[in-house]
Design a protein around this ligand. Structure first.
Ligand SMILES: Cc1ncc(COP(=O)(O)O)c(C=O)c1O
Length: 471
């Protein structure tokens, strides 16, 4: 008979070993996909009871994966994860339930509702509601869906046909999830107007006004404006106050996608600097799994509405076999007011991280990150081999290694891939005004001034090596 206690202990030992060394050694033992597929022995049969093989595949997973908590992992808007979150995820795996109904997940539901109230208070939506979604992509879609359903009384029941054309507006640098939302919701991606931005990447609100007026003249309805708090590539924050004024005139739903930069809500100083008057918008989303370090995925969508909007927008079909709440009562069956049926328990890690670090702890973390970004910018300015490609406005630093313009894109791509494939560093690449840039973001508690100095030294040294090789 299998000794499950021994198996669990063995797993914990393996995980403890991984966690202890997560910021040591190389970032990744890189292999191209065909070679890795062989190493993973994908076709090797397993069999019930063969725990050795199971542990072997677990070991391979850890050995060949990317160490996202390593200070050399500078690539994504998330990295590593908070220890309370890690503990929570283990508990969730062992207890396995669906956070859609109070009956099946009473504790999870109350944790989630408590956290939503905490966040509503923090943002200043005094009579709001909210829910955890599967990430900001889906939160953006749900916000757009609330806006769409408000645009006509029977849109939910009758669909969009026969109604005036709806137009949404976002920064040209907005996240692609906005286009996906327009597609999924039947609005049409062409009807999501991309508003030009200024040289720092912020939406140009005069251009927004012009774009809105031109659709109104043609009989269209400007139903949704999605501002971004922290654009994915440049880290720009669209200005909220002038768009609030425009909303008075045009009555659109005003959403703020703070997937990345929304975390600045944790610091009163940074919130005032980056998101003034956030408490007046219609909806706001941000990811706890990005800058704040909760385990993936951990997101919340908050609505500045008190009229069971989520229930009205999301509920459809007969759910009486599963849910017990009526619309007038306090909703405890969160599945009834969300887009899924089964819901992963994401509330536990959120709750534990919040209790452990609190607003002050998170506020300090994001203020420290910003200081590190300022330092990184100085390092780039100090190195003649490097140049900034876009001004740094917050947490994103878009730069490149200087070589003649005609080979700059290919060279920087090669440089980035070489650093990665040698297991040294993983930094993002993206395009800013058609130029390929290295996008450095700091959302990793392991990153320090020293680790950044090492990063720039290594980058320049590999850059020189590649540049000499190409001559
Ligand atoms: C501005 C912005 N919005 C939305 C998203 C999507 O977030 P998620 O991965 O949680 O779906 C991202 C992801 O990077 C983002 O940068």
């Amino acid at each position: 008979m299998t000794d499950e206690t021994e198996l669990l202990k063995r797993l914990f030992d393996t995980l403890e070993d991984y966690h202890r060394t997560r910021n040591m050694g190389t970032l990744v033992d890189y292999h191209p996909p065909e070679d890795l597929a062989e190493l993973l022995e994908l076709d090797r049969p397993g069999s019930e009871g063969d725990w050795e093989r199971i542990f072997d595949w677990i070991k391979k997973y850890l050995d060949y994966g990317v160490k996202t908590a390593h200070p050399t992992f500078l690539n994504r808007l998330w990295s590593g994860s908070n220890l309370p979150s890690i503990l929570a995820e283990m508990v969730v795996a062992v207890s396995n339930t669906s956070s859609d109904s109070y009956e099946s997940a009473p504790v999870s539901i109350l944790y989630e509702k408590h956290m939503i109230q905490q966040m509503l208070d923090l943002v200043g939506f005094s009579h709001g509601e909210g829910q955890m979604t599967t990430g900001s992509s889906n939160a953006n879609m749900l916000a757009m869906m609330c806006a769409r359903n408000r645009s006509g009384e029977r849109v939910k029941e009758d669909g969009l046909s026969g109604q005036s054309k709806l137009y949404g507006f976002v920064n040209q640098d907005a996240h692609y999830s906005m286009d996906k939302a327009a597609n999924i919701l039947g609005l049409g991606t062409e009807n999501l107007i991309k508003v030009p931005c200024n040289s720092s990447g912020e939406m140009d609100t005069e251009e927004l006004e012009t774009a809105i007026e031109s659709v109104v003249v043609d009989g269209g309805i400007p139903f949704f404006v999605g501002l971004t708090a922290g654009t994915t590539v440049r880290g720009a924050f669209d200005p909220i106050p002038p768009v609030l004024d425009l909303r008075k005139k045009h009555g659109f739903w005003l959403h703020v996608d703070g997937a990345w930069g929304g975390a600045t809500i944790m610091s009163d100083r940074l919130r005032e600097q980056f998101m003034p008057r956030l408490n007046k918008v219609d909806s706001f989303t941000f990811d706890f799994h990005k800058m704040l370090g909760s385990a993936l995925m951990c997101n919340v969508l908050l609505l500045n509405q008190s009229s069971h909007t989520l229930g009205k927008v999301c509920a459809a079909g007969d759910t009486s076999y599963l849910y017990r709440d009526s619309e007038d009562n306090e909703v405890l069956d969160l599945g009834a007011v969300s887009l899924q049926c089964g819901r992963r328990v994401d509330g536990l890690k959120w709750f534990l991280d919040w209790k452990f670090y609190g607003k002050d702890g998170f506020g300090k973390r994001i203020e420290d990150y910003l200081d590190l970004c300022v330092f990184a910018e100085e390092c780039i300015r100090d190195r003649p081999e490097l140049e900034l490609v876009a001004p740094r406005v917050s947490y994103n630093i878009c730069f490149r290694y200087k070589v003649p313009e005609n080979r700059a894109d290919a060279f920087n791509k090669l440089l980035r891939n070489t650093l990665y494939q040698r297991g040294l560093y993983m930094v993002g690449i993206a395009y800013v005004e058609q130029k390929l840039v290295l996008r450095l973001v700091i959302s990793n508690t392991e990153v320090t001034r020293d680790s950044l100095r090492c990063f720039f030294s290594e980058l320049v040294s590999v850059g020189r090596e590649l540049d000499n090789g190409s001559e």
